[in-house]
Design a protein around this ligand. Structure first.
Ligand SMILES: C[S@@+](CC[C@H](N)C(=O)[O-])C[C@H]1O[C@@H](n2cnc3c(N)ncnc32)[C@H](O)[C@@H]1O
Length: 241
């Protein structure tokens, strides 16, 4: 994504978070500006227009904030003709364990994008998968244990029709020092957020790909670290036709 476009998008997506306080705004701005996944999803036209998205472990809804800000730029004529157009008409549901996060996200996003965002406190293991086209789990799947991951992936696969999309980002346990650094940072942030020090249920990338392919997904992978010395990989898994 062009530098100027990215700056405009990050500004538009993060500015509304000013209404809930400086620290929360800085967090949103830092994450939207520093995490390469938001621009990558737009560059690669990963989400189809009009998709009903469920974002599990959604935090304060930054995925929705980014996509809806991009649509607003398009509608307002601020999206350059030579950049892939963002999807329009997306609807987001989100589920997040920590109640303050979805409450903040709703407070910021719902007045701006009425009827387009509904974030709730809840556990992804109890998600309602009715009426969805896209499931996203960014940096959160490793908080539940292996049998629970398997069950959740079964539910996701059962809920998605042909062409349905499962988007995730995982830490690759075979990433050596980079993986260990990302684990340390993850543990630090999770503890600061108020979780008890969690056990993490990570896997090697090849195993993630295998368990998704075995469920009938075609899987594309892409390293997704930006400037961070992590071993994170984005997986775009589409239900095989
Ligand atoms: C690293 S953060 C990522 C947040 C968000 N996906 C993003 O990219 O901005 C992981 C989030 O998953 C949430 N989480 C962990 N276990 C969860 C569960 N079982 N159900 C729902 N959310 C969960 C955490 O509270 C945390 O907000």
């Amino acid at each position: 994504m062009q530098h100027v476009l990215k700056k405009q998008l990050v500004r538009l997506a993060s500015q509304p978070f000013k209404s809930i306080g400086l620290i929360d705004y800085c967090w949103a701005r830092g994450k939207l500006g520093g995490d390469p996944i938001f621009a990558a999803l737009l560059n690669q036209s990963v989400f189809p227009s009009n998709a009903r998205v469920i974002d599990l472990g959604c935090g304060r809804g930054l995925l929705a904030a980014s996509f809806l800000a991009a649509e607003k730029m398009l509608v307002d004529g601020q999206w350059p003709a030579n950049a892939p157009p963002p999807p329009t008409g997306l609807h987001f549901r989100g589920l997040e364990l920590m109640g303050r996060e979805p409450e903040m996200g709703n407070r910021v996003l719902q007045p701006l994008y009425p009827e387009r965002v509904q974030l709730a406190q809840g556990d992804m293991r109890q998600a309602d998968f009715s009426n969805i086209d896209v499931v996203a789990i960014l940096d959160a799947l490793h908080y539940i244990d292996y049998p629970e991951q398997d069950r959740l992936l079964d539910q996701i696969r059962a809920a998605l029709g042909p062409g349905g999309l499962f988007l995730t980002r995982i830490g690759n346990t075979e990433g050596g020092l980079r993986f260990r650094i990302s684990q340390l940072v993850d543990r630090f942030i999770t503890t600061v957020q108020g979780h008890r020090l969690p056990r993490m249920w990570c896997r090697p990338l090849a195993q993630w790909v295998h368990i998704l392919e075995a469920r009938g997904f075609d899987v594309q992978t892409k390293p997704m670290n930006g400037a961070n010395p992590f071993a994170n990989v984005m997986l775009v898994a589409r239900v095989r036709a």
